[in-house]
Design a protein around this ligand. Structure first.
Ligand SMILES: Nc1nc2c(c(=O)[nH]1)N=C([C@H](O)[C@@H](O)CO)CN2
Length: 122
């Protein structure tokens, strides 16, 4: 299966479980890999046939900037659901990194893989 990806998308957000984290915005980094059949846009050379990575990025930025969760797990899950529901993506892998959250580590965070559930549950 082909993919469309977004790598190193840096977005500031309110995130974290500690009191001080409720008062400052922190940088988060998203790496997102979305399954998509790229043969159709390759044949038409038409942006309308693509999974438009700019449109997905704009939506993720808009959502994450106004978000306010404790856990990176929660934010990762919500962003994955938006991409699956709003962009017709069937499967994705999303890595959410929180750089500098743990001294000595370049980054910490989560990786999730999600699939869109069929409407009839089949
Ligand atoms: N699995 C997780 N562990 C931790 C999280 C988290 O969101 N998921 N968050 C924190 C703190 O907010 C930390 O990032 C502050 O440095 C600790 N562990």
């Amino acid at each position: 299966m082909d993919h469309v990806f977004i790598e190193g998308l840096e977005i500031d957000a309110l995130i974290g479980i500690y009191d001080w984290e409720r008062r400052v915005r922190q940088a988060l980094v998203f790496d997102i890999e979305m399954a998509f059949d790229n043969r159709v846009p390759a044949a038409s050379d038409d942006i309308a046939d693509t999974l438009n990575y700019k449109a997905v990025s704009k939506r993720v930025i808009e959502y994450v900037r106004q978000s306010d969760f404790g856990l990176v797990e929660t934010l990762a899950e919500r962003v994955a659901a938006i991409i699956l529901d709003e962009f017709g993506v069937h499967r994705l892998r999303l890595k959410l990194s929180k750089p500098g959250a743990v001294r000595g580590a370049r980054a910490v965070g989560v990786v999730i893989e999600r699939e869109r559930q069929p409407l009839n549950g089949a």
